[in-house]
Design a protein around this ligand. Structure first.
Ligand SMILES: Nc1ncnc2c1ncn2[C@@H]1O[C@H](COP(=O)(O)OP(=O)(O)OP(=O)(O)O)[C@@H](O)[C@H]1O
Ligand SMILES: [Mg+2]
Length: 356
């Protein structure tokens, strides 16, 4: 049983560096929550605050409804796998995993039981006598996880545990982590800057930018209903295209007007008239069928096998689009691509919050 709650947590480092501000979220018992955001947004800081390695400047952290602000890290029953984990090079896999328990002065028999159990779960049983230098990157990573698992903590904190693995291994370890979560029935807070990792692993994703929470939801809602322009641009590959303009009513038609494109809109957009807006279009939403027309001059063609993407110019604006599968455009070609109106995202140009 482990629930975590952060209430209005802020951290100001010395020299008035505001690392995180007003962070509030819940992690339910056995939930896998991902903190997602770009480098420097405050992810590691949040984990260090939860672990008790940093003191909060304001706000409260609760574990199982007990405020832990004044509880020391070793009494919080949390295991953290650090961003730059390091194994002890002179110790075997077994000794690396046993080390934390030895420090805690657990009886040898109990240590052995915990280590063997973790090794079983992580597929490390055959490797217990090896030294870290005799292991692959993925195996080392699993030993680092093993050191956390042997402690059987209330709560796991993972700080970008897969970031130093190559792409293929990362995908494999991602699957293993999902399985691990189910096997251990553990409560996990997992940090990453990789949106695909967040989308595939997280039951709940907390998107952070500049030390502030942007949106908390399940992965699909982040994709379909981003709360603001930041989330819209951060989730989804290739990223969403944005066009800044204004909505006007002219002679009974509602129009989106921008330097690079003007088109008419359904009357449901009337409520935004005279408002400066940013429209968003996902590269995947360009089609051959009906919709608003975009005349794009192709500059770069990226055939990725199944799909082809282009970078092209809509007047002076660079647009990235997935090309309908039958087409094989060449550089310099003019493409007319269409976007159904209901696929258009709309943001306020000033607050950048989603408008619909
Ligand atoms: N000990 C510290 N003293 C002062 N500033 C710090 C300290 N640790 C982090 N910061 C600053 O706080 C902000 C958040 O840092 P943090 O390490 O939490 O980011 P992050 O999201 O984990 O980034 P990354 O993805 O690069 O690991 C950054 O601006 C960073 O420079
Ligand atoms: Mg970090």
């Amino acid at each position: 049983m482990a629930e975590l709650r952060l209430e209005n947590v802020s951290k100001v480092y010395d020299k008035n560096i505001i690392a995180v501000q007003d962070i509030t979220f819940n992690v339910n018992d056995r939930e896998f929550v991902v903190l997602l955001g770009p480098s420097g947004c405050g992810k590691t800081t949040i984990l260090r605050l939860i672990a008790g390695l940093e003191e909060v400047t304001s706000g409260k952290i609760f574990i199982d409804n007990v405020c832990v602000n004044n509880i020391s890290p070793d009494k919080r029953d949390i295991a953290m796998v650090f961003q730059n984990y390091a194994l002890y090079p002179h110790m075997t896999v077994y000794e690396n995993m046993a080390f934390g328990l030895k420090v805690r002065k657990l009886p040898e028999s109990e240590i052995k039981q915990h280590v063997l159990q973790a090794a079983e779960i992580l597929g490390l049983k055959e490797l217990l006598n090896r030294k870290p230098r005799q292991l692959s990157g993925g195996q080392r990573q699993r030993v680092a996880l093993g050191r956390a698992i042997v402690r059987n903590p209330k709560l796991f904190l993972f700080d970008e545990p897969l970031s130093n693995l190559d792409a293929k291994l990362r995908v494999q370890m991602r699957g293993e982590l999902s399985r691990l979560h189910k096997t251990l029935n553990a409560t996990i807070v997992y940090v990453t800057h990789d949106q695909i990792e967040a989308m595939t692993l997280g039951e709940k994703v907390v998107v952070i930018n500049n030390g502030r929470i942007q949106q908390i939801s399940d992965p699909l809602t982040l994709y379909r209903k981003p709360a603001n322009k930041f989330v819209a641009g951060f989730i989804g590959t290739p990223p969403m295209n944005f066009i800044k303009g204004i909505i006007k009513k002219e002679e009974n038609t509602i129009k989106f007007i921008s330097p690079d494109i003007t088109f008419s809109l359904n009357h449901v957009f009337e409520k935004f008239k005279d408002q400066e807006v940013i429209i968003g279009i996902r590269p995947h939403d360009f089609t051959d069928a009906a919709g608003i027309e975009f005349k794009i001059k192709v500059e770069i063609v990226e055939p990725l096998g199944e799909d082809t993407y282009i970078y092209g110019k809509l007047n002076n604006l660079i647009i990235q689009a997935k090309v309908p599968s039958a087409r094989k455009p060449g550089s310099g070609e003019i493409l007319i691509l269409k976007v159904p109106e209901e696929k258009i995202y709309l943001f306020d140009a000033h607050t950048e919050n989603a408008l619909r």
